[in-house]
Design a protein around this ligand. Structure first.
Ligand code: SAM
Ligand code: SF4
Length: 333
C-alpha cells in the first residue's frame, strides 16, 4: 500500500522510530552527560498499550517499518511483549531494534520469537579499556557476547553502528572492516552529530567518513554494493570476497534529507518530524482517538523542515531556527 504520509516536499514516510525509554545502562560520551541527567518519571512514559494504539492508527496510513530505540530499549521490562503486540498489527512488516547490546545475550532468542526482524548493535571500540571510556563503564565482552547470541538466534545480517571520532577510535577502522571478511556483519560508520549538547568537544572529535574509504582502499579492493535492505541512508560497500558489508552514514557532511522517510516518537509521547530541530507534537493525550492521532501526525509532517543545519553548525555559521535541546538518548537517534 502506498503511504499516505507525504510531507510538503513530496517525501513519503513509511518508517517510525519509537523510543521506549530515555534511560540507559551506559553514558556514552557523545550521547549523554556523565551526571545530572533528569529522567522522565515512569508515569510520563508511553505504556506498551499506548505505543501499540498509536502504531495501529498509523499502519493504515502506510507506516510499515518500526525501529525500537531509546535510551537503551532493553532496560525496559518486557520489551518482547511490545514486539509481539506490534508485530500483530496488520501492515507492519519490519520491526528492528537499536541496542547497546549489553543485555542482548540474555534476550536475543526471546526477541526473535516475539517477532523482531532485525537488530543494530552499537559498538564504537573493540578495545576493552577504550570501550569503557567511551561508554563510561561498559564492558565490551558483553556486547560481543550479545552479537554472538544474535547470530545464534538467527538475526541476519547483524548491523553494527560505529560512531567515528577523531583521535578516539579512528585507528580501529581496519579492525572493524576486518570483521566483515568472514561473517555476514554490516558495519555502519556514523558521523558524530551535534545533537543536544552532545559534547562541547563535538567539532574537535568530528571526522568525515572519507577516512573509512581511504583506510579500506589502502588495504583491500572494495566496491559499492548498491542498496542493502534496511540500510536506509547508508552508502554500502563490500570488500572483495567479504561475507559482510560496510556503510557510511554521513548526516553532517552530506545530508540525506531529500530521501528522509522517517518520523520519530519519543518515550514521553512527542512526535518529532526531524531529529535536529526542536519542533515536537505531544500525541499522548490523543491516544485512543485514532483520527486525532492521525491528524496530529499529519500536522507534524506538514511542518517537517526540508533539511537540518548540522553542516552550518560544523562551519560555525548562523542557524535559522531552534535546534533541539534534547540529548540523543531522549530522542533515540
Ligand atoms: N542505546 C541504544 C544504542 O546505543 O544503540 C539505542 C539508542 S542510541 C541514542 C541510538 C544510536 O545513536 C546509537 O547507535 C548511538 O551510537 C547513536 N548516537 C548517539 N549519539 C550520537 C551522536 N552525537 N552522533 C552520532 N550518533 C549518535
Ligand atoms: Fe545509552 Fe545508546 Fe546513548 Fe550510549 S548511545 S548512552 S548506550 S542511549
Amino acid at each position: 500500500m502506498e503511504s499516505k504520509l507525504m510531507d510538503p516536499f513530496g517525501r513519503v514516510h513509511d518508517y517510525l522510530r519509537i523510543s521506549v525509554t530515555d534511560r540507559c545502562n551506559l553514558r556514552c560520551v557523545y550521547c549523554m552527560p556523565e551526571e545530572g541527567m533528569q529522567f522522565e518519571p515512569t508515569e510520563r512514559i508511553l505504556s506498551y498499550e499506548e505505543i501499540t494504539s498509536i502504531v495501529k492508527a498509523l499502519a493504515p496510513l502506510g507506516i510499515r517499518k518500526l525501529r525500537l530505540t531509546g535510551g537503551e530499549p532493553l532496560v525496559r521490562k518486557g520489551l518482547d511483549q511490545l514486539i509481539a503486540m506490534l508485530s500483530a498489527i496488520p501492515g507492519i512488516e519490519d520491526i528492528a531494534l537499536t541496542t547497546n547490546g549489553i543485555y542482548l545475550a540474555a534476550y536475543a532468542d526471546r526477541l526473535k520469537s516475539a517477532g523482531l526482524t532485525r537488530v543494530n548493535i552499537s559498538l564504537d571500540s573493540l578495545k576493552p579499556e577504550r570501550f569503557a571510556r567511551i561508554t563510561r563503564g561498559g564492558k565490551v565482552d558483553r556486547v560481543l557476547e550479545g552479537i554472538k547470541a544474535s547470530q545464534r538466534a538467527g538475526f541476519q545480517p547483524i548491523k553494527l553502528n560505529v560512531v567515528l571520532m577523531k583521535g578516539v577510535n579512528d585507528d580501529e577502522v581496519e579492525d572493524f572492516l576486518r570483521m566483515t571478511l568472514e561473517a555476514p556483519i554490516d558495519i555502519r560508520f556514523i558521523e558524530y552529530m551535534p545533537i543536544g549538547d552532545s559534547g562541547g568537544n563535538w567539532k574537535s572529535s568530528y571526522l568525515p567518513l572519507e577516512h573509512v574509504l581511504k583506510t579500506c582502499g589502502d588495504k583491500w579492493n572494495y566496491e559499492s554494493c548498491g542498496d542493502v535492505y534496511g540500510n536506509g541512508p547508508a552508502d554500502s560497500y563490500r570488500i572483495a570476497g567479504a561475507a559482510g558489508t560496510f556503510g557510511l552514514i554521513h548526516p553532517v557532511s552530506s545530508h540525506f534529507c531529500g530521501s528522509c522517510n522517517r518520523l520519530r516518537l519519543t518515550a514521553d509521547g512527542n512526535i518529532k518530524p526531524c531529529l535536529y530541530w526542536s519542533d515536537e507534537y505531544n500525541v499522548r493525550p490523543l491516544v485512543g482517538d485514532d483520527k486525532a492521532v492521525q491528524d496530529l501526525f499529519y500536522k507534524a509532517l506538514g511542518s517537517k523542515p526540508e533539511t537540518h543545519d548540522m553542516v552550518k553548525a560544523l562551519k560555525g555559521q548562523q542557524i535559522d531556527g531552534t535546534p533541539t535541546l534534547r540529548h540523543m538518548s531522549q530522542i533515540g537517534g
